[in-house]
Design a protein around this ligand. Structure first.
Ligand code: ADP
Ligand code: MG
Length: 261
């Protein structure tokens, strides 16, 4: 009986969890170059609120550059990006980074700070919250990613998967409308990949808008509302997972899938 009520509590907790206010993104005619090298060549992309978009494609096709444009870690050469209908090119970078979170392949945690402090830092530094408020929020976000018991560990004492969860908690703490993920499981030991993917799937179910660059085709098929195939700086094909994986149209996507599946 005690067990049953514990289970019930756990499932109620899930239902009670606040869902996110997922934002929309609309990219039109986006161009980006590194010096003379044209990397994005007229990207059009729509991401509806509270949906998961997975971006796939060969190395060097411009996937990371597209994500970097979405929160202006790099500046596009032309085109526009709307967040909830407003151009991000007219926004202050600090405002944008608060509204659009990003998680990287290498977690970029501060090694000399605990998990809790890593999540708190952006709250005190970027959001300007008082320490005690930041600490409460940061604890709650670590709890969300299943790491309440590791709050006072430094990154070096956490597994790669746990470090990636801290990075996700840090992104969540800013209460973004969109989170961008760039190959966040690529550096993880195989046995740690599933936990991080499950956490991302869970965020998707709770209504977070997510744009995910990934090599995990099974995950893309299972979780994505939309799969986008990029090659040589262009969106070659985009659609629901069934269409992309079971009925690819272009020779390039067919070739890519034959190589990775
Ligand atoms: P992907 O993430 O799909 O592997 P990237 O967006 O990282 O692709 O890279 C797209 C192209 O831009 C590649 O040809 C890459 O070599 C080039 N590139 C990426 N970052 C830089 C940079 N900082 N400076 C110059 N060229 C870059
Ligand atoms: Mg990349």
């Amino acid at each position: 009986l005690a067990e049953v009520s514990e289970l019930e509590k756990a499932s109620n907790a899930k239902v009670d969890e606040a869902s996110f206010k997922g934002g929309s993104i609309e990219v039109t005619g986006l161009n980006m170059a590194y010096g003379p090298l044209d990397v994005l060549k007229g990207i059009d992309l729509r991401v509806a609120p509270a949906t998961v978009t997975c971006i796939i494609g060969p190395s060097g096709s411009g996937k990371s550059t597209l994500l970097r444009c979405l929160n202006r870690l790099v500046e596009p050469k032309g085109g526009d990006i709307l967040l909830d209908g407003a151009s991000i090119l007219a926004m202050k970078p600090e405002t944008l980074r608060r509204r659009v979170g990003m998680v990287f392949q290498h977690f970029n945690l501060f090694p000399d700070h605990t998990a809790l402090e890593n999540v708190m830092l952006s709250l005190t530094k970027i959001k300007g919250l008082a320490r005690d408020v930041a600490e409460k929020l940061a604890s709650a976000r670590l709890d969300d990613v299943g790491l309440a018991s590791r709050a006072h560990y430094r990154p070096s004492r956490l597994s790669g998967g746990q470090q990636q969860r801290v990075a996700i908690a840090r992104a969540l703490a800013m209460e973004p409308e969109v989170i961008l993920f760039d190959e966040v499981t690529s550096a993880l030991d195989p046995e740690l990949v599933k936990g991080v993917l499950n956490l991302m799937a869970d965020l998707g179910r709770r209504g977070m808008t997510m744009v995910i660059v990934t090599h995990e085709m099974g995950f893309a098929r299972r979780v994505a509302d939309q799969v986008v195939f990029m090659d040589e700086g262009r969106v070659v094909e985009a659609g629901p997972p069934d269409a992309i994986f079971d009925a690819p149209q272009s020779p390039r996507l067919k070739r890519f899938l034959a190589e990775v599946l």
